[in-house]
Design a protein around this ligand. Structure first.
Ligand SMILES: Nc1ncnc2c1ncn2[C@@H]1O[C@H](COP(=O)(O)OP(=O)(O)OP(=O)(O)O)[C@@H](O)[C@H]1O
Length: 258
């Protein structure tokens, strides 16, 4: 029975997670008898920005949902801070509530409108507080979704391809915003993305998920803002693309010449 599989997601505070925002031990999650996550180990120190890459269907979103506490049919142990927030690719705003009410949705207590407005200001959306969600652009809706995550004052921010649906320019702005918010808030971030360059520009550490585990990781030892043309970053990019089974354009060129 599903409930027999469920061991625990322990809501622990920062103090009790021993300087880690995430501590995952022997995590297994199966669907129809197939282990999508298979004895996975992961530690994310407080305040670290981690990007998670992996081929489509390898289990990235499943892992994120487990960390968010949205999926508890697991084996193993997952320790996460009590204060965590999640933002998805589709912003998931309630169309019948104004933007500021969406930001406060599900928050405990009865926080005032000013709480929402402060977060909306932070993401550059203060002027749209009174708008209906359907009148927002894709980038604005994504920022509203970020504001909704921020009002929770998370110690852990979980982002599932938050920029996936945005056009290139809006995407760059949104990436900068997340980077700035992360630096000012000091929370740990786990960003699921398909974009190797995005991972390398934003994260302290880039993980590659494969075969149900974290199969590879690189540390990005560069100050921000970073330049994708920096040979150090370019080298990591080639390494990661290789791990993902994608040939880097440069490598393809060399082969053609040879
Ligand atoms: N509720 C579910 N029931 C059955 N199978 C599921 C369920 N959720 C996920 N899966 C399966 O688990 C695997 C991992 O899915 P997941 O969404 O975590 O992958 P992903 O790495 O995030 O993929 P993508 O990069 O394409 O978003 C897939 O094979 C998927 O079909």
């Amino acid at each position: 029975m599903a409930t027999d599989l469920h061991r625990q997601v322990n809501p622990l505070t920062k103090e009790t997670t021993d300087d880690a925002a995430v501590r995952v031990d022997s995590l297994t999650r199966s669907f129809d008898g197939r282990a999508v996550i298979d004895n996975l180990e992961l530690t994310i120190p407080q305040g670290e920005f981690v990007a998670l890459l992996g081929r489509s269907g390898c289990g990235k979103s499943t892992l994120l949902r487990v960390l968010a506490g949205l999926d508890r049919e697991i084996n193993g142990e997952v320790l996460v801070p009590r204060r965590k927030a999640v933002a998805f690719q589709a912003p998931r705003l309630m169309p019948w509530k104004k933007v500021w009410r969406n930001v406060l949705l599900g928050l405990p207590g009865s926080p005032g409108r000013e709480v929402a407005e402060k977060a909306l200001e932070e993401v550059g959306l203060g002027h749209r507080s009174d708008a209906w969600p359907k009148t927002l652009s894709g980038g604005e809706a994504q920022r509203a979704s970020l504001a909704r995550a921020l009002v929770r004052e998370p110690d852990l921010l979980l982002l599932d391809e938050p920029f996936g649906a945005l056009d290139a320019l809006t995407r760059i702005t949104a990436q900068r915003l997340v980077s700035d918010l992360w630096q000012s808030r000091g929370c740990a971030v786990l960003l699921v993305t398909h974009d190797v360059e995005e991972a390398l520009l934003l994260a302290d550490r880039v993980l590659v998920m494969d075969g149900g585990v974290i199969a590879h990781e690189v540390r990005v030892d560069r100050d921000r803002p970073r330049d994708i043309a920096d040979p150090y970053i370019a080298d990591l990019r080639t390494q990661l693309l290789d791990r993902l089974g994608v040939e880097a354009p440069e490598a393809a060129e060399v082969e053609k010449v040879a």
